[in-house]
Ligand binder design. Sequence first.
Ligand code: F6P
Length: 364
Amino acid sequence: MERGMRLAINTGGGDAPGLNAVIKAAVMGAYSRNWEVYGIRNGYAGLLNTDDIVRLTPEMVKDICSLGGTILGTTNKGNPFKMPITNLAGETEIRDVSDKVMENFKRLRFDCLIAVGGDGSLEIAYNFFKKGMPVIGVPKTIDNDIRSTVITFGFDTAVNIATEAIDRLHSTAKSHDRVMVVEVMGRHAGWIALHSGVSGSANVILIPEIPFDIEKVSDHINELELQGHHYAIVVVAEGAAPIGGRVMDKGNGEVGRQDVVLGGIGEYVAREIAKRTCKDTRSLVLGHLQRGGSPTTFDRLMGLRFGAAAVRVAEQKRFGTMVALNPLSVTAVPLGDIIGNIKKVPPDIDTIVTAREIGISFGD
Ligand code: F6P
């Protein structure tokens, strides 16, 4: 009789609500086939130092679906192909330790790694696949910017949090006749800003895909003022930039991190609007509030469906793929198709057309 599969599962990159639902469904799907699932802690770090690897049982995952974060821990710094190592002299150098990860993976007799992550973590998974590791990706990110899947889990929760925040800003903005600028996440793609801004009746939405002209943004607010609308809500994605300008960040700083930490565009936009409109203006950054807390029903369901599908795809031995929503069923698409290929907001998408038709400006 063929022995049951030994699956490993890790969660990498920024956390997203719904990660625990994926873990639960993967464990339960494997359990129903008499297979074993092992949890790898902190992305790929747990495959370098294997002391912490834990066999996940149904008992351990039964209550985790409604929890935010990830019971396995995560990191956006531990790329084994470019690992920062501090030597005895205290200097940090970048080394490729992927062979060690491969060695441990084989030694532990794992048959497949279910890698739950965003573009960065899935690229690492793909690189391991090319080295011979059987991997299946699960698309995770609140930014919803992964290709070949209609949606990633985590996005719905983030959009709901952002929409609720925008709703709350209306009353305070209106009471003070102010312009409120709210910066939401969205590194390369403006999905969160677009969906929350349209649903929350923002007046201006600024996204990375549509470089903005601050004069046009201010003109729109001045026009509203003339029409008797004395306050305004501006939603800006952290990765948005003015025409000819650059994305604002907080510098490199963190050792081993591939991406810079973004931030500052909301404050910039608020300052520039204040100069051009003579209106009181305030800015706020929603930041990690969008990632924290319990997942919505949609994200729980999506996480469960993706986790269960990953086990089905493992059973079919379709490695080197990523489970994807397409759109009514969950399928598997080649990992290679999505690497280095962010899913941006198409500027002519219906949601943008709708937004324009209901009077929202994109500053273009
Ligand atoms: O990729 C998801 C994301 O939430 C981005 O929108 C954001 O730029 C980044 O993660 C923030 O990461 P960190 O948790 O490292 O600050």
